[in-house]
Write a protein that binds this ligand. Structure first.
Ligand SMILES: *Cc1c(COP(=O)(O)O)cnc(C)c1O
Ligand code: SF4
Length: 457
């Protein structure tokens, strides 16, 4: 029927009348050059070595002194001092892979989207919003067992351990993920089979639970035998129908898919077991900018595609990283091109120390309009906000009330916490001078919140 032109309305035969905007194909331009050679410490690193996870892990940078050794005179001393002071005030310890370091444009580091996500600079940090709370999503309040958050009826979040291949300075779980920092002593979620067994026993005892997100920390940092043990244990529970392994690794250290055969094989065995049991096993990952995706990423994803392993992406919306329509469209198209399904774009959580990265809710609403229609509907992410206080994820277009002047939005979450209201607060930096002043005065603050809650009721 589709090839029978007699069924097509005449206007569609006229190419000039019906053709869409000229196609931009830059989402297919994946870097295949030896881009790391420009970094002094990697100038002699061969392609073969750069494509191994062992090199990437060994050469990862965890403090300003190592960065100075790696980059040498590419940067002025003032940058290293800015970084050192930034790290001292950051909620997350520093850890970045040579892969990501090499993708930063060191001629313009202050505005670079990858630098922005991983290397905190004191000169860019802003005071936290007065309504910001530690563990803003209140995950610990919904945790029947340490490291297991059961907020939604049929799905739960399991944190088997707390380390990651890199540390994102904006991590939502800065209360638990990574090493202690000068300002934060972390909740300890070590990889202990006794703690895991407690979580498994709970999951088995809840007939409504069907879906487990294995997050962390990062599934990349699970030993292959542990990855397999957790997957098999969960899949064998009659109530569990779906599991997802969450890892940022595909973005920050794609080399592991090319050289850590034991890990990829363990994942494949769990996916195959899932298939034989007619259950769903997928990988969830986290890319925020198109520059993170190179030919190495494509090769890594192809290995998973060959094994029938599906990957979905959860992106965090960040100012200066992906908060304009062109950047978000390019990311979505490039992810689709390498067979990663864009699943969510999250409005930035209210986490300490990263106020410079948050955008107002209105930015997400604006972006959604531009992204929908840019590619297949199933590759169009849902723009959501994970409400502070534990109301769960909400569509950015569904607040009961939103006042762009005060920056307050009020959400209801009838399927998660019926009858309650959940408030989100836009960053102060974008508000009017009057509104910013009102936020500094406790009585004005109260009045703004009371007004918003009343308007939403
Ligand atoms: C996000 C989240 C999930 C998974 O939610 P989906 O919308 O299905 O991706 C499960 N539990 C918790 C606590 C979460 O925050
Ligand atoms: S990889 Fe994920 S869990 Fe780890 S620091 Fe980054 S955002 Fe947090």
């Amino acid at each position: 029927m589709f090839t029978d032109t007699a069924h097509v309305d005449p206007p569609f035969l006229d190419a000039t009348a019906a053709s869409p905007a000229p196609a931009r194909l830059d989402h297919r331009d994946l870097r295949r050059d030896e881009f790391w050679r420009g970094i002094p410490a990697y100038a002699t690193v061969s392609e073969e070595e750069f494509r191994t996870h062992t090199f990437q892990n060994r050469a990862s940078v965890t403090n300003a002194r190592q960065l100075r050794k790696t980059l040498g005179d590419l940067l002025p001393e003032s940058f290293y001092e800015d970084l050192e002071a930034g790290v001292a005030h950051a909620p997350m310890a520093l850890r970045i892979s040579p892969y990501l370091l090499s993708l930063i444009d060191w001629a313009e580091p202050y505005g670079d989207p990858i630098r922005t996500q991983f290397l905190p600079l004191r000169s860019q940090q802003q005071p936290d919003h007065p309504m910001l709370r530690f563990d803003s999503l209140a995950e610990q309040a919904d945790s029947p067992v340490p490291g297991l958050t059961h907020r939604y009826r049929d799905k739960a979040l399991f944190l088997p351990q707390q380390s990651c291949p890199v540390y994102c300075r904006f991590c939502t779980r800065s209360y638990a993920v990574g090493n202690d920092t000068p300002e934060i002593e972390k909740l300890k979620l070590t990889a202990s089979s006794a703690r895991w067994e407690e979580a498994f026993t709970y999951i088995e005892s809840q007939p409504a639970l069907e879906d487990i997100v294995i997050s962390g920390g990062d599934s990349y940092n699970l030993r292959p035998e542990h990855l397999q043990l957790i997957g098999e244990r969960l899949l064998k529970m009659p109530n569990i129908r779906r599991i997802r392994y969450a890892t940022k690794g595909l973005c920050v250290l794609p080399q592991k898919m090319l050289s850590d055969h034991a890990w990829v094989d363990a994942l494949t065995r769990v996916v195959d077991l899932g298939r034989s049991l007619h259950k769903d096993v997928v990988v969830h990952t986290h890319f925020n900018h198109a520059a993170e995706i190179t030919g190495i990423t494509h090769d890594a994803l192809n290995r998973l595609t060959e094994r029938g392993i599906h990957v979905r992406c959860q992106t965090v919306l960040q100012r200066g990283v992906n908060d304009d329509p062109a950047a978000m469209q390019l990311l979505v198209r490039r992810l689709s091109y390498i067979n990663v399904h864009p699943y969510y774009v999250y409005v930035h959580d209210m986490v300490p120390g990263v106020e410079d990265l948050r955008t107002p809710l209105s930015t997400a609403r604006h972006l959604e309009k531009h992204v929908r229609g840019a590619t297949a509907g199933f590759n169009t992410p849902a723009f959501v906000l994970d409400t502070p206080g534990g109301g769960g994820k909400r569509d950015v277009h569904s607040p009961e009330h939103y006042d762009e002047e005060t920056g307050i939005s009020v959400f209801a979450s009838p399927s998660v916490k019926p009858g309650q209201q959940f408030l989100y607060f836009d960053p102060l930096a974008g508000l009017s001078e009057l509104a910013r002043w009102r936020w500094t005065v406790p009585s004005e603050r109260r009045a703004m919140i009371d007004e918003a809650v009343a308007a939403a009721s």
